[in-house]
Design a protein around this ligand. Structure first.
Ligand SMILES: *Cc1c(COP(=O)(O)O)cnc(C)c1O
Length: 456
């Protein structure tokens, strides 16, 4: 058994100490020796043991490297689910990274007014651009849309009644449920209508002195089909003529561009809600908007001012990374063409069939060039929008399927998942499928390398 002191005198180990630190190397030496003791206990043969002892320096170096690996790492999304909540929802446009680096590696004017030379407001960096894009009077941003809805209800309806249609009592992944959010915010939920039909008179009949607001919730992750009726925001807004109430809308995904132009099912846009007279609207930053995790709140200035004064706001506030990333993402929206091209979520959703077909063939050729014995085919598949958006929409796409006579599909899936850059795939009809829609061009070589190593 090698001794710790002897190892520390070894030239290779000395080099490791120089490159890392004595403490880290010492810990790895102890771990490597512990592993040897376990091997001996497990009855490793003399020859194998000698081999391990001869290579102990490499084991120690390996342990040091393993200790440096982060838990949160990049993965490749080959599932074709564009807004994949488990895989971090929307990838950010490359344009935002520079700003994040600049404001976080040094100081920034996060809460400093450079014109006046005095304390400023963190929300000020975003308000103008959100107002410009959405047509709203005012805006602010919190951590996510769940926080936004909670803050709005807590500010406008604490201790009072909020009316919502029974068709819109939504649950979002991660246990965001409208009735629970109402309860937490101190608002009393008044359900009206039925699951499939809610009429304007249902809302109107429920209004009384205790009513603070009507809450309209976009049923982003499900659809009620058939004999249905729901009331649009403009009709709900008309109730404000006769009653002193607010109309609130939780839009879910923040769609700023009418995506039906690009062949995707119509999702109500943020601008529509404002035009229809909704007082206060909230939506996510990292769903169809394609930016960082955030809850964006827009609407009447007096309401936004009241929200800012709510003590909850301090607990829900966004940090400088988010503000920088969201500002940079929103700037891309000043020109729709640029937004579609440069925001990865939008680009992935609007690829033409030909682009997808050509890109799938490029991947297939790369995989075949590795000399692998696996069989690769370009096949037609259906991608999904994901992120609890457009649940019925299936986007025709192309994928490379991987087939083998000798290696099982489960084994291929697992090896790709355990790759240095994990590759997350789908299995369809007992074949591993790489949907090209969510794979970036820069990731093709990583996939080819993983495939070339698969049979070893
Ligand atoms: C996604 C969603 C939420 C939650 O938004 P997060 O940004 O994930 O907190 C709330 N309401 C609706 C309708 C949604 O679709």
């Amino acid at each position: 058994m090698p001794k710790v002191d002897e190892l520390l005198e070894n030239a290779e180990i000395k080099k490791l100490i120089e490159e890392n630190s004595r403490k880290i190397v010492l810990e790895s030496i102890r771990e490597a020796l512990d592993n040897l003791r376990i091997d001996i206990k497990d009855g490793l043969s003399g020859e194998e043991l000698t081999n391990k002892i001869d290579n102990i320096n490499q084991s120690i170096a390996g342990l040091i490297e393993a200790g440096k690996e982060h838990n949160l790492i990049k993965v490749i999304n080959a599932t074709g689910v564009v807004i994949h909540t488990n895989l971090g929802r929307s990838p950010l446009p490359s344009e935002v990274l520079k700003g994040i680096e600049l404001v976080s590696s040094g100081y920034s004017n996060l809460e400093y007014d450079l014109e006046k030379g005095e304390r400023g407001e963190r929300y000020s960096h975003l308000e103008d651009i959100i107002v410009k894009i959405t047509g709203a009077e005012s805006a602010m941003v919190v951590n996510n849309n769940a926080a936004a809805v909670m803050l709005i209800l807590s500010t406008l309806a604490n201790g009072k009644e909020v009316i919502t249609s029974r068709g819109e009592l939504i649950e979002i992944g991660g246990a965001f449920r409208i009735p629970d959010v109402c309860l937490q915010s101190g608002a009393h939920l008044v359900e009206v209508g039925t699951t499939n039909k809610t009429h304007l008179r249902d809302y109107e009949n429920a209004i009384n002195e205790e009513t603070a607001a009507i809450l309209k919730v976009h049923t982003s992750n499900y659809r009620i089909l058939g004999f249905t009726e729901s009331i649009d925001s403009d009709e709900l807004s008309s109730l404000k003529n006769a009653h002193d109430i607010y109309v609130i809308e939780d839009l879910g995904s923040g769609v700023l561009i009418d995506l039906s132009k690009y062949g995707i099912e119509y999702e109500p846009t943020v601008q529509d809600s404002i035009r229809k007279g909704v007082d206060i609207v909230s939506f996510s930053g990292d769903k169809l908007l394609g930016g960082p995790q955030a809850g964006i709140i827009i609407g009447r200035r007096d309401i936004i001012e009241a929200l800012k004064k709510n003590p909850l706001t301090r607990a829900l506030r966004v940090d400088k990374f988010t503000i920088s990333a969201l500002e940079a993402t929103l700037r891309l929206y000043l020109d729709e063409e640029i937004a579609i091209k440069k925001i990865p979520t939008l680009r992935m959703l609007t690829y033409t069939n030909k682009e997808l077909y050509d890109r799938a063939n490029i991947l297939k050729n790369k995989l075949e060039k590795t000399g692998s014995n696996l069989k690769f085919d370009v096949i037609e598949v259906e991608s999904e929008v994901g992120g609890g958006s457009l649940p019925l929409e299936k986007l025709p796409s192309y994928a490379v399927s991987i087939d083998s006579e000798v290696i099982s599909t489960e084994y291929i899936e697992k090896r790709l998942r355990k790759n240095r850059v994990p590759i997350i795939v789908r299995i369809i009809k007992d074949k591993v499928i790489l949907d090209i829609r969510t794979i970036d061009d820069g990731e093709l070589d990583i996939i080819a390398k993983a495939i070339s190593e698969l049979e070893s």
